[in-house]
Write a protein that binds this ligand. Structure first.
Ligand code: SAM
Length: 213
């Protein structure tokens, strides 16, 4: 998909999923699992959940998880695997542009969502608007350095630290870096370079103490 072409929707993604038994690895993303282990479970949204590897990991770790994806084929797989593994997912077939949850989330995950550059900010802004006070936004995607090896063909969709920093205003940025690590693939672990960002919405109502005179 190159710049200027229409954004792929449900038909595109359903056909990608329909072509194979499994499109993405079963294991959760290692950067997400490391991060989430240190959090108190609450309500989580996996935005663009695909076949549910991250959503299922979170559900198994005690989170109440909403898995949202535009592809009903992907979410049917996520739901079936969750049931097999004895956890519950709320599966929502929707475009992230149209989704408005009734309640905020303590964690919003965007793993390997690579919107066109003009939509990167609106996607992050939408996710930010769904966070409860003190809630975290976790973003991981393919580093521009991997262009031609992994991820979308359109280099504009890949991530850099600067590209994420630009759109993460209004949140406390806890981490934003390019990371080389053993990533997951359908064939097993392999070295990858991704960009990860973790940002937190400030806990409103907890005013900082006034300076003493
Ligand atoms: C590269 S896959 C990543 C799947 C999953 N996050 C993972 O890490 O295994 C991107 C996912 O985003 C979904 N997606 C793409 N555009 C979307 C949109 N506008 N709204 C909701 N989901 C979308 C696709 O159907 C696909 O499942």
């Amino acid at each position: 998909m190159s710049a200027g072409e229409p954004e792929p929707g449900a038909a595109f993604w359903n056909s990608r999923y329909g072509d194979v038994e499994r499109l993405w690895p079963r294991r959760p993303n290692a950067l997400l699992s490391d991060f989430a282990r240190g959090l108190e479970p609450g309500r989580a949204l996996d935005l663009g959940a695909g076949e549910g590897r991250n959503a299922i990991f979170l559900a198994k770790s005690g989170w109440r998880v909403t898995a949202l994806d535009v592809s009903d084929v992907a979410l049917a797989r996520a739901g079936a695997r969750a049931a097999e593994e004895g956890v519950e997912l709320e599966c929502v077939v929707a475009d992230w542009r149209d989704y408005g949850p009734a309640l905020p989330f303590d964690l919003v995950v965007m793993a390997f969502m690579h919107p066109k550059p003009e939509e990167r900010e609106s996607m992050v802004t939408r996710a930010r608007g769904m966070l409860a006070p003190g809630g975290h936004l976790f973003v991981v995607g393919v580093d521009l350095a991997e262009h031609g090896r992994r991820g979308p063909k359109d280099a504009g969709r890949l991530l850099t630290v600067e590209r994420l920093r630009e759109v993460l205003g209004g949140l406390d940025l806890l981490r934003c870096e390019s990371v080389s690590y053993e990533g997951e693939s359908t064939e097993g672990a392999r070295p990858v370079v991704d960009v990860v960002a973790i940002a937190r919405r400030s806990a409103e109502g907890l005013e900082s103490p006034r300076p003493s005179r």
